[in-house]
Ligand binder design. Structure first.
Ligand SMILES: *Cc1c(COP(=O)(O)O)cnc(C)c1O
Length: 453
């Protein structure tokens, strides 16, 4: 008999609702987003310019569950429920008494968790009469998910991709084009926001904040286009909770429960997706879980940013959110986990960190690649550079368990595969991947861009 390592549910077990942590949040309600134009809390009218009605309900609602529309569930069922594995081979390699589990989202057609929300947003935009989607992407995972989602609903897709990633990962663009999308490196000359950045710095590597400004501007100029977003927003985090809801049931199949839940945090959506259903259970009287948000040391939003109202985009086109932020002018160094290069983070993640329900840590990228390689050689899956952040901390925790002689259950989110990220692995093996040291002056200058409210 082999050790049971794979915990797989049936098609019928695809969740029927998305979970909304706002329903179980202790203390004051989540601080509202503010209008960039008036500084007042963002009303439904202004939100209606950004998203269809059902998404507004999910963005500001406090009910515990939102029903997943059947057409969305049908598409989810093409690859969901996603498998949950026990990492027996990694455990043995680490000689740890810890029980390590991972939930693998790389089984989606786009290779990450991002289609969980892409499909939902495409569905609602199509229902609202939009014929195309426009968005920004960092590493290209969200752009790929948007392109896929648009294709499934017969819509066009326009994707502004952060230039440094566009150059590092040419095949992400090819994938988007195969799905029928148009992918443009950002900053571009197609928008006023992009032209302004290029005028100041013709060699700008771009950033998620800049690409967001370009996408928002494009959407605002064409009513047939729906703007969709890949992370951070409350409704996006809710859509991702299919991950954690499935994981709760799969841990039951494993006859276990995690002491620790770990996820890489960019905008916070895969971490929230995995961890919020466990956190919600804890807040309603269930077992305590230690939740760890792992971010790159070169974009240390949670560990070195501060909590303030700030813009999500560099061009200050969109609303302000109360969140941990490094300042909307922050342009992170060109590290290889492109999906983790955001100056801000989802307000719900920020709030749970503030309330000490989630613990943030920052890790250097070479240590992450080291963990990613060890994972590939033991478990066989080539992880996305973003996901290696979660693996790094899972390994560190498993080693701590060994040193303390404790057997804890560790569950981490393997948010995607790294098949399009081999240039980064190649650099790691060549020894040319470096750990950027952030200059205090750079952090202080970005911090100064946070508006005084
Ligand atoms: C986008 C992405 C992330 C980071 O985004 P979150 O919204 O924080 O989840 C992490 N891993 C992968 C594979 C991604 O594509």
């Amino acid at each position: 008999m082999v050790d049971r390592v794979k915990f797989q549910l049936d098609d019928k077990d695809v969740p029927t609702t998305w979970y909304n942590l706002a329903a179980d949040l202790p203390g004051a309600p989540l601080a509202p987003a503010l209008s960039a134009a008036t500084g007042a809390p963002l009303g439904r009218d202004e939100l209606a310019a950004l998203m269809p009605e059902p998404l507004i309900d999910q963005e500001i609602g406090t009910e515990r569950e939102f029903e997943i529309p059947e057409p969305v569930r049908q598409i989810y069922a093409m690859w969901r429920p996603a498998p949950l594995f026990r990492a027996r081979r990694l455990e043995r390699a680490l000689n740890t008494p810890a029980r390590i589990y991972y939930k693998y989202e790389g089984v989606s057609p786009a290779g990450s968790h991002k289609p969980n929300t892409g499909i939902a947003q495409a569905f609602y935009n199509k229902e609202a009469g939009k014929t195309g989607l426009v968005t920004e992407t960092g590493a290209g995972q969200w752009g790929s998910a948007t392109a896929l989602s648009a294709a499934f609903f017969g819509m066009t897709a326009k994707v502004f991709m952060v230039r440094v990633s566009f150059e590092q990962k040419p095949y992400r663009k090819s994938l988007m084009e195969t799905y029928g999308a148009v992918c443009t490196p950002s900053p571009s000359i197609e928008t006023a926001a992009g032209r302004a950045i290029l005028a100041a710095d013709p060699k700008s590597p771009g950033s998620l904040g800049i690409a967001t400004s370009e996408a928002l501007e494009t959407a605002a100029g064409d009513p047939s286009l729906g703007y969709v977003l890949g992370s951070a927003a409350n409704h996006v985090l809710a859509h991702q909770t299919v991950i954690g809801q499935e994981a709760l049931r799969q841990m039951e199949l494993a006859d276990d429960y995690p002491d620790i839940v770990i996820g890489a945090a960019g905008g916070g959506s895969n971490l929230a997706g995995l961890a919020f259903p466990f956190l919600g259970a804890q807040l309603r009287g269930g077992p305590d879980v230690r939740i760890i948000a792992v971010e790159p040391a070169s974009c240390p939003t949670l560990t070195r940013g501060r909590i303030a109202y700030d813009y999500a985009d560099t061009g200050r086109v969109g609303p302000l959110f109360r969140m941990h932020t490094l300042g909307h002018s922050f342009v992170p160094p060109a590290m290889h986990a492109g999906g983790l290069r955001a100056h801000g983070i989802g307000p719900l993640i920020s709030r749970t960190v503030e309330d000490k329900l989630i613990e943030p840590v920052a890790v250097a990228q070479t240590r992450c690649f080291e963990a990613g390689v060890q994972f590939a050689r033991t478990e066989g899956i080539l992880p996305a550079p973003e996901s290696t952040h979660a693996i790094r901390v899972a390994i560190d925790e498993a080693v701590r368990c060994r040193e303390e002689g404790r057997s804890q259950a560790i569950l981490f989110g393997l948010s995607g595969h790294g098949h399009f990220d081999l240039v980064a692995y190649e650099k790691y093996f060549a020894g040319s991947l470096e750990d950027d040291v952030l200059d205090e002056a750079v952090l202080a200058a970005a911090d100064a861009s946070i508006p005084a409210l």
